[in-house]
Design a protein around this ligand. Structure first.
Ligand code: GTR
Length: 417
């Protein structure tokens, strides 16, 4: 079946550890001690001293910096249907054009608004993997990206390859359920910003800065994840201008590699009111030092175009990292954050995801907010909904109705509605 999504782990060459007893002993870098040894005892000190330190470490050592310089952005409404999805939704599609140095780059944003709610609505914002038309079989969705992982392997782009079938990702996008709960849904294909393959730098947003290949990127310059995170903020820029969107209540959700990008975007851009990491694993919510499942060695081998080159320093050298992924989650405080794992998704290290969220909770407590209280993971399918939310559900690496139902419940609980 040509359109089967490759399960994580299938393409790895390195043997992975799945034995809890072989997890090395490790010490996490302290969240509440500054680089020069000062104790961080208040939310104010966290925001003034420690948060900026951690943010620059992630940007210099892991995700990389987005290039400096203005980009001209314009928006064009490609279509508006006041009566979509069996009269339950309005559908809008917007072309966002980025321009610099005479080069243009486009992304297409698809938004469904719940018709039963008048005025401004909160929104779930999330990238899709295979093109907007794959999230629902709605014939009105403009085909945007024909990139697939298969195409990525082949290294060919648009038009030259078959399009992903309309609606084939709809099990991951219960749009009706989200609309019924009173939320809008906004999505664009992540390949619009950086096609997810090696050697695609020249087809990414980085080309606007004259960058055509990885060789032209500085050791602390961003690649795909940095660009995807940047793109999430650019979609947020549009949502802020949309009269139907309550831009104070934008929930950013990302699955897997996009979950890594969502955490990074949420860490940098405080406009995101809630951030959700679905099965984000290594380089996302999972602690690197556990070396359980996917490791820095494996991820940087398989995906050399995701992180900045400095991150290669930590291949099989996790102890040297000046942070671990609990610090990434902590950067989202005091905004609610939700980390979700799947029982069979061992490649993403569910326990490492839980522990990172648990350790990040320390920063939430500085704000007098509740986080995860215990190192023991909750039972299967039993979400914890403190300011740091968490669940581990039965099943594989995926996005399911259970995940979405939990995210809706979490948003209902924490948004100013
Ligand atoms: C895997 C990768 C993971 C995860 C996943 C996905 O191949 O090793 O880090 O991001 O893909 O994005 O589905």
């Amino acid at each position: 079946m040509a359109w089967m999504v490759c399960l994580p782990g299938q393409s790895q060459q390195q043997p992975a550890n799945y034995d809890e007893s072989k997890v090395p002993a490790y010490t996490l870098p302290a969240l509440l001690v500054s680089n020069d040894g000062k104790e961080i005892t208040s939310a104010r000190k966290w925001e003034k001293i420690r948060r900026p330190e951690i943010l620059s470490l992630f940007s210099e050592q892991m995700f990389g910096k987005f290039p400096k310089g203005d980009i001209k952005t314009s928006y064009e409404t490609l279509s508006f249907d006041p009566d979509a999805l069996n009269h339950t939704a309005e559908r809008k599609q917007i072309k966002i054009t980025f321009e610099k140095n005479g080069i243009q780059h486009e992304a297409t944003l698809l938004i469904y608004y719940p018709k039963q709610v008048e005025g401004k609505v909160p929104v779930f914002l999330s990238y899709n993997y295979f093109g907007n038309h794959t999230v629902n079989s709605d014939e009105g969705i403009i085909i945007t990206s024909s990139w697939s992982r298969n195409d990525q392997e082949a290294g060919v782009r648009n038009n030259q390859v078959a399009e992903a079938p309309r609606g084939f990702q709809s099990s991951r996008w219960p749009i009706q359920k989200i609309l019924d709960a009173g939320y809008a849904v906004a999505t664009a294909c992540y390949n619009d910003f950086f096609p997810d393959a090696k050697e695609q730098t020249g087809n990414s947003i980085l080309a606007l800065f004259g960058i055509q290949s990885p060789e032209e990127i500085a050791p602390d310059g961003c690649q795909a994840i940095g660009v995807w995170a940047w793109g999430m903020s650019r979609m947020m820029d549009y949502l802020e201008k949309d009269p139907r969107i309550d831009a104070d209540n934008v929930i950013l959700m990302g699955h897997s590699r996009q979950g890594k990008a969502a955490l990074w975007a949420g860490a940098q851009d405080k406009r995101f009111r809630i951030v959700i990491s679905n099965d984000s694993g290594c380089g996302g919510a999972a602690l690197s030092r556990r070396k359980f499942g996917e490791t820095i060695q494996a991820i940087t081998n398989n995906f050399p175009h995701w992180f900045c080159k400095n991150f290669n320093r930590y291949r099989d050298n996790e102890e040297a990292l000046p942070f671990d992924q609990h610090a990434l989650i902590a950067l989202i405080a005091p905004r609610p954050v939700y980390v979700a794992s799947a029982e069979q998704d061992l490649w993403a290290d569910p326990k490492g995801e839980y522990l990172a969220a648990y350790h990040a909770s320390e920063v939430y407590r500085l704000y007098k907010l509740n986080g995860l209280e215990t190192k023991t993971m909750p039972p299967l399918n039993s979400p914890v909904m403190t300011n740091v939310g968490y669940h581990i559900r039965t099943g594989i690496h995926d996005v399911t109705d259970f995940d979405w139902e939990s995210y809706i419940q979490f948003a209902n609980k924490w948004l100013d509605k």
